[in-house]
Design a binder for this molecule. Sequence first.
Ligand SMILES: [Zn+2]
Length: 254
Amino acid sequence: MIYFWFILGLVVGSFLNVCIYRLPREESIIWPSSHCPRCGKDLRPLDLIPLISFFLLRGRCRSCGEKISPRYPLVELLTGCGFVGVFILSGGEFVPLIFQSVFLSALIVIFFVDLEHSVIPDSASYLGILAGLLYNFLFGWPVFLSALGGALLGYLILYLISLAGRLYYKKDVLGDGDLYLAVVLGAWLGWGGVLAAIFLSYLLAALVLLTLLLSGRVKFGQYVPFGPALAAGGLITLFFGPQLIGFYLEKFWL
Ligand SMILES: [Zn+2]
């Protein structure tokens, strides 16, 4: 069953690639069928096998030889491995398995779209918020209230940070999309989880920014999207949240 879930993850990853390409361009994700963005030729079934086609084609379009971004096999592999992680996390239980796979998929799409286009598609956020609240509703009122609280808390924290940024730097340090993404994280992870996720995001963002600044890849004061850090923080919290929160409390509070 876990192997099946891995293969399904690869296939879903292939679909997520379509979403990552089309959502920021406001194109339909179901029509038309997949084609090369340069020559427009439809991809043949043999070109659509996740992971394998990229290597068979040696990373180039069969018709025009246009280079295919390594993001395609990367997203497929990432989703496949993520699905395996979710399978282990949920113990193979059907409802958590399905919902957490949706959550993982939404975060992967948001991560890559924001990385490339500095925008978070509202449709992915809305789906994420609704699915998260619905999922936690299935576990009764205390869990649901934690999810509602987490959604509000996530929004509030990033709103305050963005307000502080506007007062202090006189410019936007966060986009509206980041605020909605924090709501998504809260709706899934509850109020404790969203705190952990935001904390982790800033830790990750600081590490990555420092590396980019030191290596001269970005300049000081340049706008860098925060969504990828939030999405990554959310994913780490999904998989390791309870352990991380436990570790933190033990080290610093108890
Ligand atoms: Zn082509």
